[in-house]
Design a protein around this ligand. Structure first.
Ligand SMILES: [Zn+2]
Ligand SMILES: [Zn+2]
Length: 342
């Protein structure tokens, strides 16, 4: 089968290869991949800025149809439309596995990075890692349920977003636009913050329900937020920009006892913040990654009841053969979510 493979470590070394079709074991299922999203992690694997285990088929944001089910797998049948977890290996034994936070497993290996992924005709995984998609979710949207699961866990389960609160989302990329929809569904007032170069994304965030849109290089963000909050500031700020320079400013937009939720990655660059500001203002800083079984249920319900729509986030759908075009767009920060179809 045709697959997009990281062939060797280091920068580059990614190409379409003929790869043997995977076979299933008793506890596994085989998926005909219908759509797989390009994620920031894929860009890091391409550029060699994070480790991977080549040769490995890339792609972890996948959706497809079940074509084969192992004899030991229950409740999944041929023809089911599904998505998969991003774990290629979990120990199922450590504290984090046992308490339902597999993303923090001490032995976790990742799909599309350490184990074969979804930029291929077929993908095989354990039945226990499958989520069945409801009829509301088409394959392209299904491919980006994984970031929605992450955002739902972050906002609803970690930050515990409350109805009637005011939340600022900094960075109107795919994660920010998902956070916006989940926050609106939770009953919050949302201020979306970007730059003037994000004009199109900010316009989309208005269509998706943002109550206020601010351009940090044009508007006085602090003044505008103070106007909205009787000078108190935001209840929550969600950092999705990944910019070390922006984070100290975001922190200053919070009211006392406000929460800063960090979900954007910045490549381990240092951020200069005053911990005294955090102490004297009772600020809570929350970092989070991955998801839980309960957040997945909530995210699927948000999709089923039309409270979240993933389609507007999909800017490009390309055949797998045009992967380079998609990756170049990601590199140039063009488009939003780019989907490859094997
Ligand atoms: Zn991803
Ligand atoms: Zn574990």
């Amino acid at each position: 089968m045709q697959a997009l493979v990281k062939t060797k470590a280091g920068p580059g070394n990614v190409e379409i290869c003929d790869f043997p079709e995977p076979q299933i074991k008793d506890d596994e299922v085989k998926i005909k991949v219908k759509a797989c999203g390009i994620c920031g992690t894929d860009m890091h694997i391409l550029h060699g800025s994070i480790d991977s285990s080549p040769p490995v088929i890339m792609g972890h944001e996948l959706a497809g149809e079940i074509v084969e089910v192992g004899s030991g797998v229950k409740d999944i049948k041929v023809g089911d439309r599904v998505t998969s977890e991003t774990h290629a290996h979990l120990c199922n034994n450590c504290l984090y596995c046992r308490i339902g936070y597999p993303r923090y497993c001490v032995e976790r290996k990742m799909v599309g990075r350490h184990g074969n992924g979804g930029f291929a005709e077929f993908f095989v995984t354990r039945g226990s890692k499958i989520t069945i998609l409801n009829d509301k979710v088409d394959f392209e949207s299904g491919a980006i349920t994984e970031p929605l699961f992450t955002v739902t866990h972050a906002l609803i389960e970690r930050a515990n977003i409350q109805a009637g609160s005011v939340i600022g989302i900094v960075g109107p990329g795919p994660m920010g636009l998902l956070a916006l929809q989940v926050a609106k569904a939770a009953g919050a007032t949302v201020v979306m913050v970007g730059l003037s170069k994000d004009k199109d994304r900010l316009e989309l965030s208005r269509e998706l329900g943002a109550d206020k849109i601010l351009m940090a290089d044009k508007d006085d963000v602090e003044v505008e937020i103070n106007k909205l909050t009787s000078d108190y500031g935001l209840d929550y700020a969600v950092e999705c920009s990944g910019s070390p320079k922006v984070i100290p400013h975001t922190l200053s937009l919070l009211k006392k006892m406000g929460k800063l939720l960090v979900i954007g990655l910045n490549g381990y660059r240092k951020v200069e913040i005053s911990t005294d500001h955090i102490v004297f203002n009772g600020i809570e800083v929350i970092g989070t990654v991955g998801t839980t079984a309960t957040a997945k249920e909530k995210a699927l319900e948000l999709l089923r009841t039309d409270k979240v729509d993933l389609k507007p986030l999909i800017s490009d759908v390309l055949p797998l053969s045009k992967w380079k075009e998609g990756f170049d767009k990601m590199d140039n920060k063009e488009g939003l979510k780019i989907i490859l179809k094997p």
